[in-house]
Ligand binder design. Structure first.
Ligand SMILES: [Zn+2]
Length: 440
């Protein structure tokens, strides 16, 4: 075997041995074993590892290559020749620190498997490529084997190209929920209910084209939808989409259906009753990681009422908030009254800015805007309403529904619905403790 053929194996040994040996030394050894001693490559690798202080079991044994269908879920070290179907980056929290991982699907002729890459620096995957994976391991999740590429795994692009369909159409396990959507995702399979479908005429590369826009909702939220071709969609249609991609705008993930994507209208009721559904409560961290959301429900404690909250005057022309009766654009104007609360909500996983407009401020403070003006005038205190908000809302737990957009200052929740929750996390904890003591 020449140097070039041995190179990936040298790389593999170098990776396994880490600081224990240098690469040139390993290359020299391996060449000697294979070309001089004429031992098998696998035996050579194991022996070199033993000699240099590594674990011989950490390299593939040559016969370790398996088909996807043969995976059991308890492989310690397995090699596979697979095609990379989808590549989804994701950030997760491990021990208080953020870590980048990549997950998706891989397949060979025998089937498809979900994978996770835990070391994104050393293993980079390209969608559609055929790769030879060495030293992956598997775990079972809900009875299905899942493939993991940890720090021992190596990947090389294969010259052998696997001809498997881009995404097998069967099997619902590939489906994601609206809350899982993140910028850059490809080949998304998702089901939901369509609302506000609308046909639009656009001109693309000089040609007139009909596209369809709308909103797709499931039990975790809603996302804007653009079908880049003509499609017959009605309000309330339940659909299954295969092969969409995600692009975000101001952090809000939007679903796009290109030429290759498919949209199937399902029989009414297939997805269960979703008509009155309020999205499931998500953590602030989860929302923050997806960058934004069109419709989200979160719960948290109000930890700050920010400057600019309370009664404000707006320019009648441009709605900008006036400073000393002066608009930045229109000069001195007779302003109109408005109410708002800018606050910080914290749920223990993260914190986020929230804005409550006039109606919600009236509702939360149980005060009308006329009363707010009167209090402010009577007390001669422009901060009167802000102080009231602090008194009524600080440290209270709220459930807020709205839209989350991101800009340079990070994500912001624009509330359209909010209510105080009577549950108090600390009280709940005390109650639990009391129950436990009673039990003893
Ligand atoms: Zn103005």
């Amino acid at each position: 075997m020449d140097r070039e053929e041995l190179a990936p194996h040298v790389d593999e040994l170098t990776r396994v041995l880490g600081d224990k040996a240098d690469k040139n030394k390993i290359a020299e050894e391996l060449e000697k074993y294979v070309n001089l001693y004429r031992v098998s490559l696998e035996w050579a690798k194991r022996d070199i590892l033993k000699k240099m202080g590594g674990n011989p079991d950490s390299v593939g044994d040559g016969s370790g290559r398996k088909s996807v269908a043969d995976l059991t879920g308890d492989e310690q070290s397995v090699d596979l020749l697979v095609k990379v179907l989808t590549v989804n980056p994701k950030t997760i929290e491990v021990g208080g620190a953020h870590k980048s991982i990549v997950y998706g699907y891989m397949a060979d002729e025998s089937g498809r498997v979900q994978y996770t890459v835990w070391e994104t620096e050393s293993v980079q995957l390209k969608q559609g490529s055929t790769i030879l994976i060495r030293n992956a391991y598997t775990k079972e999740y809900k009875g299905v084997p899942q493939l993991n590429l940890g720090n021992r795994a190596s990947v090389e692009e294969s010259e052998e190209i696997l001809d498997v369909a881009d995404m097998p159409s069967g099997g619902g396990s590939a489906e994601v929920k609206v809350a899982d959507l993140a910028d850059g995702m490809n080949y998304v399979v998702i089901s939901g209910k369509v609302s506000k479908p609308e046909k639009r005429e656009i001109t693309a590369s000089g040609e007139k084209k009909t596209i369809v826009t709308g909103v797709l909702s499931d039990d975790t939220g809603s996302a804007e939808l653009t079908v880049w071709k003509d499609a017959e969609l009605k309000d309330g249609d339940e659909v299954r989409i295969v092969g969409a991609y995600v692009k975000s705008w101001k952090g809000m993930p939007k679903l796009n259906l290109g030429d290759k994507a498919d949209i199937q209208v399902l029989a009414k009721g297939t997805l269960g009753d979703m008509t009155s559904s309020v999205p499931k409560v998500r953590t602030l961290e989860d929302v923050e990681l997806s960058g934004g959301a069109m419709d989200v429900v979160v719960r948290g404690t109000m930890v700050d009422v920010r400057e600019g909250s309370g009664l404000v005057m707006r320019c009648p022309d441009c709605r900008r908030v006036l400073q000393k009766s002066t608009c930045r654009v229109h000069g001195k104007v007779k302003g109109t009254d408005d109410l708002r609360i800018k606050a910080i909500l914290d749920d223990g996983t993260s914190s986020m800015s929230v804005i409550f407009g006039k109606e919600l401020t009236e509702q939360l403070l149980n005060i009308s805007i006329e009363e707010a003006v009167k209090i402010t005038t009577d007390e001669r205190n422009p901060e009167a309403v802000k102080e009231m908000a602090e008194e009524k809302m600080f440290a209270r737990t709220l459930e807020v529904r709205g839209m989350v957009r991101s800009d340079d200052f990070g994500p912001m929740l624009i509330a359209r619905d909010a209510r105080f929750l009577e549950i108090d996390v600390r009280e709940e904890g005390a109650k639990l403790l009391a129950d436990m003591e009673g039990f003893q």
